[in-house]
Design a protein around this ligand. Structure first.
Ligand SMILES: C[S@@+](CC[C@H](N)C(=O)[O-])C[C@H]1O[C@@H](n2cnc3c(N)ncnc32)[C@H](O)[C@@H]1O
Ligand code: SF4
Length: 377
C-alpha cells in the first residue's frame, strides 16, 4: 500500500523507559559483505555455504523509504546506511536520492569498507549524500589482509577515500577497530597519514558483538591508553562534542593538525545518551546493537498494514526500551562466568544459549555480527 506518512506528524515523539528520544536510524541495506573481518563476520561462520538473505527477503528501496518516513515522524532526523557492505546493494545512490526527499530527515551518512567507494562516490554525492565513514583498521598490508579476512586490497580502500574527498563527501571519517596484539602497533601510522587532511581518524574499541568473534576483555585497548600514546607524539586536548549524544570523543592536536576521535563503547559506555534505532536488511527493528530480538516490520509492510498501525508498533517498542547493554557488560560477564551462562533476557551473550535460539537462517539471533545491524559508529 502507498504511504501517507508525509502527512503524519507524531503528536509527541516517544521516549523510552530511560527517557531517551528516538533520533537516529541505522539502516542495514545489505546483509552480505565482501570482507570477512574476524571481529565482525569471521569466515569460519560466514563461509561459502552460509545462507544470506535472498534478494526478495531484503527490504526493497520502497519499503526502506516508507519506514524512514515513519521513523522520521517519530523524531528520527539522521539516517546512516550501513550493512554488511552497503555498496554491494545495486543502485544504492538511488536510495540515497529517495531518502533525501523524506520530510524531517536532515542528515544522511554512509559507513562502508571503502572497496567500492571509488566507483560510487560521485553518484552518491550527486544524489545527496553529504559525508561518508570508511572503515580502515591499519595501513600495514599484512595486518590489513588479516583484518579483512583476506579480501579486498588496501589500495582500493585508499583510492575510495581519495575519491570521496574529490567528490566532496567531506569530512571523510575513518573508523579503525583496534585489537590488542593485532593492529594496535599500527595506530599511530594511521594518525600520521591523515593528520592535516580532510580525514578524521576515529578509533573504536573492539566490541563483543556477535558471538564468535573471539572477544576477550584483554584484547580491548582502552581509548585512554591509545590517546596517551598519541598525545606523547602529537600533543592534543579534548574538545567538545559536535552534537548531543555524539559517540566519538574528540581530541584536537595542539599544532593545528586536525583532530582524532575515540569511540569507547567498552571502557566508557554511552548507553545513557543512546537515541539510535536499527533496521536490519530483512526489516527487523532493533533497539540496541546487542539486542537478540528485533520486531519484524517486513511482515506488516507486506501485509498492507496502514502507516498508523506500523507507527503504533514502532512507538510501542520504543516506549518499552530499556537497553543499556554496554553499561551492564561487567555485570553480564560476571553472570556468564559465575552463574553458568545466564545472561539477562534479551542479551544472550552465551554461545550455548544462542545456539539454542537458532533461527531459520542457520544462525542464532544473538550471533548477528555488527554488520547485520550496522555497527557502533
Ligand atoms: C558493521 S560495519 C558495516 C559497514 C561496512 N561494512 C564497514 O565495515 O564500514 C560498521 C562498523 O562496525 C564496526 N565493527 C564491526 N564489528 C565490530 C566490533 N566487533 N567491534 C567494534 N567495531 C566493530 C566496523 O569496523 C565498521 O566501522
Ligand atoms: S566490519 Fe564491515 S567490512 Fe568488515 S565484515 Fe563487518 S560488515 Fe564487512
Amino acid at each position: 500500500m502507498s504511504s501517507t506518512v508525509h502527512h503524519i506528524r507524531g503528536p509527541q515523539n516517544p521516549l523510552d523507559r530511560l527517557g531517551r528520544p528516538l533520533h537516529d536510524l541505522r539502516i542495514s541495506v545489505m546483509d552480505r559483505c565482501n570482507f570477512r573481518c574476524p571481529y565482525c563476520m569471521p569466515k569460519e561462520q560466514f563461509h561459502e555455504h552460509y545462507r544470506f538473505l535472498k534478494s526478495q527477503e531484503r527490504l526493497s528501496f520502497e519499503e526502506i523509504v516508507r519506514l524512514a518516513g515513519l521513523f522520521a515522524s517519530l523524531g528520527v532526523r539522521k539516517l546512516r546506511l550501513t550493512g554488511g557492505e552497503p555498496l554491494l546493494r545495486t543502485n544504492l545512490a538511488d536510495l540515497v536520492g529517495d531518502l533525501t526527499d523524506v520530510p524531517g530527515i536532515d542528515d544522511i551518512a554512509l559507513t562502508t569498507n571503502g572497496v567500492l567507494l571509488g566507483q560510487h562516490a560521485v553518484d552518491l554525492h550527486a544524489n545527496g549524500l553529504k559525508r561518508v565513514t570508511v572503515s580502515l583498521d591499519t595501513l600495514d598490508r599484512e595486518v590489513f589482509t588479516r583484518m579483512s579476512g583476506g579480501f579486498g586490497a588496501l589500495e582500493q580502500v585508499l583510492a575510495g577515500i581519495e575519491a570521496a574527498i574529490a567528490a566532496g563527501l567531506t569530512p571523510v571519517k575513518i573508523n579503525a577497530v583496534v585489537e590488542r596484539g593485532l593492529n594496535d602497533h599500527t595506530a599511530l601510522d594511521l594518525v600520521e597519514r591523515f593528520r592535516g587532511s580532510p580525514v578524521i581518524v576515529r578509533f573504536i574499541e573492539f566490541m563483543d558483538v556477535g558471538n564468535r568473534n573471539q572477544w576477550r576483555p584483554d584484547l580491548v585497548v582502552p581509548s585512554r591508553e591509545l590517546a596517551a600514546r598519541i598525545h606523547e607524539r602529537w600533543p592534543m586536548r579534548p574538545i567538545s562534542e559536535n552534537y548531543k549524544g555524539e559517540v566519538a570523543q574528540r581530541w584536537r592536536f595542539d599544532d593545528g593538525g586536525g583532530e582524532v576521535g575515540f569511540i569507547s563503547s567498552v571502557s566508557q559506555p554511552f548507553c545513557g545518551a543512546c537515541s539510535r534505532a536499527r533496521l536490519s536488511s530483512e526489516g527487523k527493528f532493533y533497539t540496541c546493537l546487542f539486542a537478540t530480538h528485533g520486531l519484524d516490520l517486513r511482515a506488516p509492510l507486506r501485509a498492507g498494514t496502514s502507516d498508523a498501525d506500523i507507527l503504533q508498533l514502532i512507538r510501542g517498542v520504543w516506549h518499552g526500551r530499556t537497553d543499556r547493554y554496554s553499561e551492564l557488560r561487567e555485570q553480564l560477564r560476571h553472570d556468564l562466568y559465575s552463574f553458568g551462562c545466564r545472561a539477562p533476557p534479551g542479551h544472550g551473550r552465551c554461545q550455548r544459549q544462542e545456539a539454542d535460539q537458532a533461527d531459520g537462517h542457520g544462525r542464532s539471533a544473538g550471533a548477528l555480527p555488527a554488520g547485520r545491524r550496522g555497527g557502533a559508529a
